[in-house]
Design a protein around this ligand. Structure first.
Ligand code: AGP
Length: 612
């Protein structure tokens, strides 16, 4: 996913733009560029690869101006190259555009423009935009704003656009359809950005553009309208989190910082959602009566959020008596799942911008279902398109590999399950209080695990060099096994597979040999499962597999079977995944560190997958 920034004020724009792009680099990049306007002339610089390459280029060829736009690119149309990097320009160079999204009808538009004499320098879909605007002005559009509106009406697909006109130096324009874009409000200066972290150090209020809206932004004000020209009254929102939330705060990577933030976030979620008398408030206006009548829940999400959905399914079924299904959003959107309007759809998404999850929401809306999101970003598309949202309030998650958002999603579902179980009468108030007492132990238990990072580092470094690794878990910790494997894949680039331990005999046991690390989650809090996990581990040991076991404090049995043991505090089995995953996050972290990968910005990955 690309990053878009813009600035208009009385300061030099170039450094402000680069600083903003730096804060957006986690969204994915293979090139970056800026365009600034000074004295009625647009000048620009763009470079392949890391942002540092662009900075070096701008040191040699500085550009000056107090308004401008910038972009980090994660290639969709056209390989990473100098020509394909943004900003893109009209034929006369007097219009400059940056874009996040996909113009789905760009090929037809390109053909049409070529017939009108336009030539293109890149293979990108984006480049049609400045040429369309230029053509609209040639065809008599009364103003740059009018030319932009005409252009937007022709575009199909998704866009977050920043536009600079040489002929209108006191304005920058932006527009949104399907890709996030905010307007940051400053003192005699204003900003645009794909995401709050890009400009969090410069603003405290923002306008979240809605789909189909565009804005003319001056240093002293903002004018919003729809693509059809109807005026829109802007809704100004206070930014909830602080600049330091988007800083490293002394940690070597954002991911390590975010792993450490988890106990605090979980504790604040409990404080926010559970009152002193033990009443749970899920923070949405879906009524208790709605949950009493609810007969089915469908959870849709991707990646780590999908593992949270798998965990949620088990918890909700077990505690509320409601039938729960979960599916990958990228699969769900092509199904005919026979869903009636009485089904509650729960999209789970950290960013709130994942294309497949959004597509599933839109599909479900067509069936008349209620949509309650579990999401981390105020103003995101998932939140806007849902009827209600349980916010995880983790602050910005910058590391591409999700950690704090995952455990917060699990906590959200634990609270939601207990709330629904109580309103439906499946659990008495006393039983709910007993569960809450156990849930209250989770933040400290996870903190304990994180404090053992030096031990976990030794194990991670010891087992990082193999071609693959296998993660095994059962019941509530089967999703944990999948999540641990995903973490490892994402950041260490070592193949890793999560598997239901009960499936070992159905195939994976053929993989076991002395080169294969087998990470077994065997926390002794559910005996029916513990004994079976123990026998799985003995099968691995009998075949000389390299066992890494996640065990509960006081378990002496397992420590005899392997020297690579990560001991975690024993908590109620239903909540053990929130604690156990901390060990797996750190295991993957130190394996990746030993392999020298870029942990916050792993190759080929973007923080939010806004394209399909
Ligand atoms: C998780 O570490 C990955 N970055 C990825 O799988 C992510 O969980 C997935 O893309 C879903 O993102 P979302 O939660 O923002 O929708």
């Amino acid at each position: 996913m690309c990053g878009v920034v813009g600035y208009i004020g009385n300061k030099e724009a170039a450094q402000i733009l680069v600083d903003g792009l730096q804060r957006l680099e986690y969204r994915g990049y293979d090139s970056a560029g800026i365009a600034v306007l000074d004295d009625g002339k647009i000048s620009s610089g763009k470079e392949m690869g890391r942002l540092a390459n662009l900075e070096r280029k701008l040191e040699k060829n500085p550009v000056s101006g107090t308004r401008g736009i910038g972009h980090t690119r994660w290639a969709t149309h056209g390989a990473p190259s100098q020509a394909n990097s943004h900003p893109h320009f009209s034929s006369d160079g007097a219009i400059s555009v940056v874009h996040n999204g996909i113009i789905e009808n760009y090929a037809d538009l390109r053909d049409e423009l070529s017939e009108q004499g336009h030539t293109f320098l890149s293979e990108t879909d984006t480049e049609v935009v400045p040429h369309l605007i230029e053509q609209a002005l040639k065809d008599g559009a009364a103003s740059p704003a009018e030319a932009l509106r005409c252009t937007l009406q022709k575009l199909r697909g998704a866009y977050a656009l920043g536009v600079l006109f040489q002929c209108e130096p006191d304005t920058i324009y932006c527009a949104r359809l399907g890709s996030p874009l905010i307007i940051g409000l400053g003192e005699n200066e204003n900003f645009i950005a794909s995401d709050v972290p890009a400009i969090i150090n410069r603003i405290s209020e923002a306008i979240y553009l809605n789909d189909g809206e565009m804005a003319a932004i001056r240093a002293d004000g903002v004018e919003l309208c729809t693509v059809d020209g109807a005026a829109v009254i802007p809704e100004v929102k206070k930014i909830e989190f602080k600049a330091e939330d988007a800083e490293h705060a002394g940690f070597e990577t954002f991911m390590l910082k975010e792993i450490h933030e988890q106990p605090r976030i979980l504790r604040s979620m409990l404080e926010k959602h559970v009152s002193s008398d033990g009443t749970i408030d899920i923070g949405t206006d879906l009524s208790p009566d709605y949950f009493r009548k609810l007969n089915r829940i469908m959870i849709v999400s991707c990646g780590t959020a999908y593992h949270a959905g798998m965990y949620a399914k088990l918890l909700l079924e077990n505690l509320t008596g409601i039938a729960v299904e979960t599916d990958l959003a990228s699969e769900f959107r092509y199904r005919d799942p026979k869903i009636d309007p009485g089904t509650l759809i729960i999209p789970v998404s950290q960013s709130g911008e994942t294309a497949d999850t959004l597509a599933s929401i839109r599909m479900a809306k067509g069936w008349g279902c209620k949509i309650m999101a579990v999401c981390n970003v105020e103003g995101s598309s998932v939140v806007r398109e849902s009827d209600a949202t349980f916010f995880t309030n983790c602050g910005p998650e910058i590391g591409v590999a999700s950690t704090k958002a995952y455990t917060a999603q699990q906590m959200a579902f634990a609270l939601l399950s207990l709330y629904i179980a109580e309103v439906r009468g499946n659990l008495s108030r006393e039983r709910v209080q007993a569960y809450l007492k156990d849930l209250n132990e989770v933040p400290d238990a996870l903190h304990y695990v994180i404090q053992k990072k030096a031990e976990i580092q030794v194990i991670g470094e010891k087992h990082h060099d193999g071609p693959s690794s296998l993660y095994l878990g059962r019941r509530y910790n089967f999703p944990t096994a999948l999540e641990g494997a995903l973490k490892n894949k994402e950041i260490s680039y070592q193949h890793a597979e999560g598997y239901a331990a009960g499936e070992m005999k159905h195939g994976p046991i053929a993989l076991i040999n002395e080169a294969l690390p087998v990470i077994c989650i065997c926390t002794k809090t559910a005996d029916e499962v513990y004994e079976k996990m123990l026998s799985n581990i003995k099968e691995v040991e009998a075949r000389s597999g390299r066992i890494i076991a996640i065990v509960s404090e006081g378990d002496t049995e397992l420590s005899k079977l392997t020297d690579d043991v990560i001991v975690v505090p024993a908590v109620r089995d239903e909540f053990s995944p929130i604690v156990n995953v901390g060990a797996l996050q750190l295991l993957a972290y130190y394996a990746a560190r030993a392999r020298g990968t870029d942990i916050d910005k792993p190759r080929n990955l973007a923080k939010s997958v806004t394209v399909e």
